[in-house]
Design a protein around this ligand. Sequence first.
Ligand SMILES: *Cc1c(COP(=O)(O)O)cnc(C)c1O
Length: 398
Amino acid sequence: MSEVFTGSFTQQEPIPEEGIEAAITVMRSGRLHRYNTAPDELAETVLLEQEFARMVGKKYCLAVASGGYAMATALRAVGVKPGDRVLTNTFTLAPVPGAIAAVGAVPVFVGVTDQLVIDLEDLGAKVDQSDVLLLSHMRGHLADMDALMAICDAAGVTVIEDCAHTMGAAWKGVASGTQGRVGCYSCQTYKHVNSGEGGLFVTDDAVVAARAVILSGSYMLYERHLAGPPAEAFENIRYEMPNISGRMDNLRAAILRPQLRALNEQCARWNARYFEIEKGLRNTPGLTVIERPEEESIVGSSIQFLLTDWSEAAVRDVIARCAQRGVELKWFGGAEPHGFTSRYDSWRYVDAPRMPASDRVLAGIVDMRVPLTFSLEDCALIARIIKAEVGTVYQGGV
Ligand SMILES: *Cc1c(COP(=O)(O)O)cnc(C)c1O
């Protein structure tokens, strides 16, 4: 009898009791809207913003309705206009080109390397086509941020970071999301903190922060953003920026604050699971483990490996065999979008030329979630199953 895994790949941990208590307190008060506070009360939303700004070492933080909203707001706030071109990763998820489309701009895709990061050579070749790069740290893989920032700085390109998968991660000890003009994070259930939906936006730029606060729907209550810029920053901006409501509420903020306090420990737990799986996958013929650079402090909330130059039929066989044994893998090479996974050529509102080198990488990317509800034994078992099934298919010829 071959081993079978029976756990769930989509089951997250419960909200910490402290978060549940805080949420109940907010509900009992009835003051869920961030600007609905009692005299001398600081809204949970404001406290969350102050705490997150301090945590990543940024001056300003804004809590919003989603990660996608944070990205679209960042694009608007740095001055992207309808029709502008915005550079972004070819290997990412649909909300990233979607945020560009939300402001009427046009994505220009930059290739992916076999390390699953943005191809800096391709970036160098395309950097003159745009003033903005929406950089997606897809699945937590950080590019060489020093080299990337040097390319963008030299070309006068503003970098906005999509940190949906890198909250808690760092490059050479620098928190992910703090090197670009704006860092955007998601608090959606499958990310590193869970309020169902939600997003965070950080920057050191007072003008960009002020624009974002007004855009998010602050009305003229912007002075109540204690993690926002000083009142002077809003002088003209309050007349110039439209109100495009996308605020976070106090209930979500209450749930998130205790999770942020526990983030470092949670990241260590993710990494223990990630490296257990990685260890089990090593030395599997036909399968390439992604070696993580020393400069990168990862958060292993998902793991990827490559089946490079395998036929579609062979990859599908591996995925089906693993599914039979309870292991849910996703494939970025599929021609049709499926579940949460899609590819740049499925976003047909973008007229994107084919990218053969990236196509070759995407065709080999197999991806798996690593929820914290897995034990280390679960992880070892999952790795054994993948290793065995990849081995069987590989022996048969790929
Ligand atoms: C989830 C996700 C987002 C957007 O987050 P939402 O909060 O769901 O809008 C952005 N980028 C990537 C890579 C994501 O996975």
